[in-house]
Ligand binder design. Structure first.
Ligand code: ADP
Ligand code: ASP
Ligand code: MG
Length: 466
């Protein structure tokens, strides 16, 4: 049975990391067929986005220097990994033509002062194209038959550039054409993460952090026995270790717990990763490239027994937008209009709450989306504002969502009370609470400056002391 193994940005971040990654692949490939999926070198996707933004802004100097900035870390890794000779020359030429295309794209963006969603997707895809070329070359160098595969040939998506969804049946057919014959020949495909292509062949990315999702899409397509996500921590932890240094690794969580944690900010796994895996009951492991013997976390239908609260997650950089009415217009109608207006902006709504007076509706969006959301609502409610049926559109910036996640929490009496009592004891002001309750989480909004204290206190109350 085939195993899909995805390596994140730090796992291919430099020559030393690529050596570890290649050693892991070599070991597993000796035992069973492996499909590797790789991210861009860490920082590269952000660099490509910055180059794009500079080009749109008409910054000619950045456009001039972009080629060298993009190419240098890749060339350095290649030079350290592959000795001078035909193989290095060929891979170097591949890197050269990839960066040439990225640079040409940047020049056209600069000339037009426009970066359309599809151009942006093409631009950011070069990070993965380059890292996969180097890793495949190094694997060949150490005697592992490997072949770089650009995912536009395999993962078929819809046309939502920047946040594309896979067409799983079409992808399965492509995988049978492209990956299965390679695997049958003992070749290890090194597939680019993060993107696929539309039916017309246009590169479309799966959203930031989407290489995890690529791995599970491919796992689904080749009926993998397991999907392994290799990263820089030991597994899914009880909190982000950067916020709670004493966080511990969970040995097992369910697909839905992992999805919930990821949705509420646990960056260790992309929230969409679980569904293609769950569809075919494929377990997903999170493992540490830098501690390969650590047991890791198994994500499957089962979860760790015991206390219901498993982990604390948070998302910073959000804003609350509030529409306040006078009670003169129908609330359910207002709600429908709010969400069709917000829907036109493509902003993600993280949480919705309605004041008990029934006269105001608040919802949480990403900080980057607040301006477009306010503009869309302003247009939708212009007449109501003029006639004072809607009193105001307002926002509160720099807020964060904190979530306590665990299966069956609703079934445990008093958890919500304990969550809010903990916040009270820490004198943390709760800005908003979501309506309705989920089986899997209790989430609420705090000011951004309170996030660390809130997550730390909840971790002490629910996890560390249990
Ligand atoms: P990769 O580049 O391998 O995809 P990411 O940076 O996307 O890695 O994700 C790993 C990071 O996620 C960790 O370094 C950690 O700081 C962060 N993280 C946030 N929440 C959690 C959590 N609950 N468990 C583990 N890691 C977490
Ligand atoms: N390189 C992409 C990103 O930084 C995808 C990934 O790393 O998963 O978003
Ligand atoms: Mg990631």
């Amino acid at each position: 049975m085939t195993r899909v193994m995805k390596f994140g940005g730090t796992s291919v971040g430099d020559a030393a990391a690529m050596r570890r990654t290649a050693a892991i692949l070599e070991e597993h490939h000796a035992r069973e067929p492996v499909v590797a999926v790789v991210s861009a070198m860490s920082g590269m996707t952000n660099l490509l986005l910055e180059c794009g933004a500079a080009a749109v802004a008409g910054d000619s100097e950045s456009v001039e220097t972009a080629r060298a900035l993009i190419l240098t870390p890749h060339r350095r890794a290649l030079t350290e990994l592959v000795p001078a000779g035909e193989r290095r020359r060929q891979t170097s030429a591949t890197l050269g033509s990839l960066v040439d295309e990225a640079t040409r794209l940047l020049y056209s963006v600069y000339v037009l002062r426009e970066l359309s969603p599809r151009a942006k997707d093409r631009l950011v895809s070069f990070g993965e194209r380059m890292s996969s070329a180097i890793l495949a070359s190094y694997l060949n160098e150490i005697g592992v038959a490997a072949q770089q595969v650009e995912a536009d040939r395999v993962i078929v998506t819809d046309g939502v550039f920047g946040n594309a969804s896979p067409l799983l049946e079409e992808t399965r057919e492509r995988a049978a054409e492209v990956l299965t014959p390679a695997l049958a020949d003992g070749v290890l495909p090194v597939v680019t993460g993060f993107f696929g292509a539309t039916v017309e062949g246009l590169t479309a990315t799966l959203g930031r952090g989407g290489s995890d999702f690529s791995a599970s899409i491919l796992g689904n397509a080749v009926d993998a026995s397991e999907i392994w996500i290799w990263t820089d921590v030991d597994g899914v932890m009880t909190a982000d270790p950067r916020i709670v240094p004493s966080a511990r690794t969970l040995s097992a969580i369910s697909y839905s717990e992992a999805t919930e944690l990821a949705y509420f900010g646990a960056k260790v796994i992309h929230p969409k990763t679980m569904y293609p895996a769950e569809e075919r009951a494929i377990p997903v492991w999170i493992k540490n490239t830098f501690e390969p013997d650590a047991p890791g976390t198994r994500i499957s239908v089962e979860h760790e027994a015991g206390y219901s609260a498993k982990a604390i997650a948070s998302i910073s950089g959000l804003a609350i937008v509030t529409v306040e009415g006078r009670g003169l217009i129908d609330v359910s109608q207002v709600t429908t209009r709010i969400f069709s207006a917000v829907g036109r902006t493509e902003a993600n709504v993280y949480m919705i709450s309605q004041a008990s007076s029934q006269h105001s509706v608040s919802f949480v969006v990403g900080g980057a989306d607040r301006a477009s959301v306010l503009a869309a609502l302003g247009a939708e409610f212009r007449e109501d504002l003029d006639h004072q049926r809607v009193l105001s559109l307002s926002e509160e910036r720099d807020v964060a969502i904190v979530a306590v996640v665990g299966a069956g929490m609703r079934g445990t009496p008093g958890v919500a009370g304990q969550v809010f009592a903990t916040m009270g004891a820490e004198e943390i002001n709760i800005v908003a609470i979501a309506q309705g309750s989920s089986e899997l989480n209790i989430s609420f909004v705090v000011e951004e400056t309170d996030v660390s204290a809130a997550v730390g206190a909840l971790h002490r109350a629910f996890i560390a002391d249990v």
